[in-house]
Design a binder for this molecule. Structure first.
Ligand code: PMP
Length: 422
């Protein structure tokens, strides 16, 4: 559309207005809000639902998985994910269906119990703060807000968090107890941390003796290209740097098998694992080991997981291609967007001061987007420029319409602003 027009901004605005009027007439009802797998992706794991079936209910060591107990989770499942999450199986727990739940509980237990290396409970500190690389994951920020944990934004660079800033802040401020990290294919930017970032996070001096890295490796195996990007092993890096208890590793099969019925993992030092088990043992008499067994039978080994993830890629890569193609055609020169090599999201950066208006215009046209600001602590994106796009859930035809519609809204709002500002 815009390629037929000359560079005149007002002509572009007129074209955008026409396109937007046509968009309104379509009466769409489309949703790009959450990073959910589509039904076709969930279908890939339908065979799970019939398991353990004829196999029966015994684990490799003869344990009756139907019964209570086994708080660490099924050993054979932990062995599969040990390699993928870079945590020795003996230090990796397989738990319920949600890693967010484990992050939540880790925060709560840190508030109400004394962490290894801590002088007191976090609840007894005058002030607790977390560093929040931005843009980031809204549910991390909601969790902090729920428990009155102050959030300090730090910029996410192409190599991970701005490490000079992180090192400065954690060395000066003993109130800073943690940092949220999505180290591979981050939500929403698709950023992967460099080896140097991992090394510096592991080795930096922290004023708080009980500082923890919340290493949310939600997209550890979620590649969109042949590159299959790797991240350095943070747990070993922390141990080598003399900070063995610094990191909590989280992961899950939510976007491997079934988003609502997968298995979540927690990995850390022996001391931290013992600490968590001490608390979680008060809360549960053991996880759902039948679901663990199902996952072992279905996935078989780490290569089985990789093979399964290639099937996801076949379904979702074309969707990410649609986003790149449509934005490339319509928004070149007006906005920028990430080109992730994995994960579930694309970040769209619109001109400053436009994100909220774009989301509002899209809503009027029946396209639901994640609220502007969600990618920042306190829902406050100071530049009002970041929009998170989640392309996996709609089918291809719906997605094409939705992304085209979003691009129209960006052109409308963007060119209007440029016209206003002369
Ligand atoms: N962490 C990140 C970065 C995510 O994007 C998501 C899902 N949107 C989760 C955690 C949620 O994981 P789970 O389903 O294991 O709770």
């Amino acid at each position: 559309m815009t390629t037929d027009l000359n560079n005149d901004v007002s002509a572009r605005l007129e074209a955008a207005k026409k396109d937007y009027a046509a968009l309104l007439e379509k009466n769409l009802k489309l949703d790009l809000t959450r990073g959910k797998p589509s039904a076709r992706q969930l279908d890939l794991a339908n065979d799970l639902l019939g398991l353990p079936g004829d196999h029966g209910f015994r684990a490799a060591d003869g344990t009756d998985c139907r019964n209570y107990g086994g708080g660490q989770g099924l050993p054979e499942l932990r062995a599969i994910f040990a390699e993928l999450l870079q945590v020795p199986a003996s230090q990796l727990l397989a738990q319920g269906n949600s890693s967010l739940e484990l992050m939540h509980d880790s925060v709560v237990h840190s508030l109400l119990g004394v962490l290894p290396g801590a002088e007191r409970r976090w609840a007894d500190e005058e002030r607790i703060a977390f560093l929040c690389p931005v843009p980031g994951y809204d549910r991390h920020f909601d969790l902090c807000q729920r428990f009155g944990i102050e959030m300090i934004p730090v910029a996410l660079t192409a190599d991970g968090p701005d490490m000079a800033e992180v090192e400065r802040l954690v060395s000066e401020d003993a109130g800073i107890k943690g940092i949220w990290c999505v180290p591979k294919y981050s939500n929403p930017d698709g950023t992967t941390y460099s080896d140097e970032t991992v090394r510096r996070l592991a080795a930096m001096t922290t004023a708080a003796p009980d500082f923890r890295i919340f290493w949310d490796n939600a997209y550890a195996v979620h590649h969109l290209t042949d590159e299959e990007v790797q991240v350095a092993d943070i747990l070993s890096a922390c141990a080598q740097a003399g900070n063995p208890d610094r990191v909590f590793v989280f992961g899950s099969t939510s976007k491997v098998t079934l988003a609502g019925a997968g298995v979540a993992f927690f990995g850390s030092s022996e001391a931290n694992v013992k600490w968590l088990l001490g608390h979680s043992g008060k809360r549960s008499i053991g996880p759902d080991k039948i679901n663990h067994l199902r996952h072992v039978l279905f996935l078989r080994d780490a290569d089985g997981v990789r093979a399964h993830m290639r099937k996801h890629r076949e379904i979702i890569q074309p969707k990410f291609d649609v986003v790149q193609r449509v934005f490339g055609k319509q928004l070149d020169g007006l906005a920028t967007w990430s080109q992730p090599k994995g994960g579930y999201f694309v970040t769209l950066n619109v001109p400053d001061g436009c994100a909220k208006d774009v989301v509002a215009k899209a809503k009027e046209a029946g396209i639901a987007l994640t609220p502007a600001g969600s990618t920042h602590p306190y829902k406050d994106d100071p530049a009002d420029s970041v929009i998170r796009i989640a392309p996996t859930f709609p089918d291809m035809a719906e997605l094409e319409q939705a992304i085209d519609g979003v691009a129209t809204c960006v052109r409308l709002v963007g060119y209007e602003k440029l016209t206003r500002n002369g």
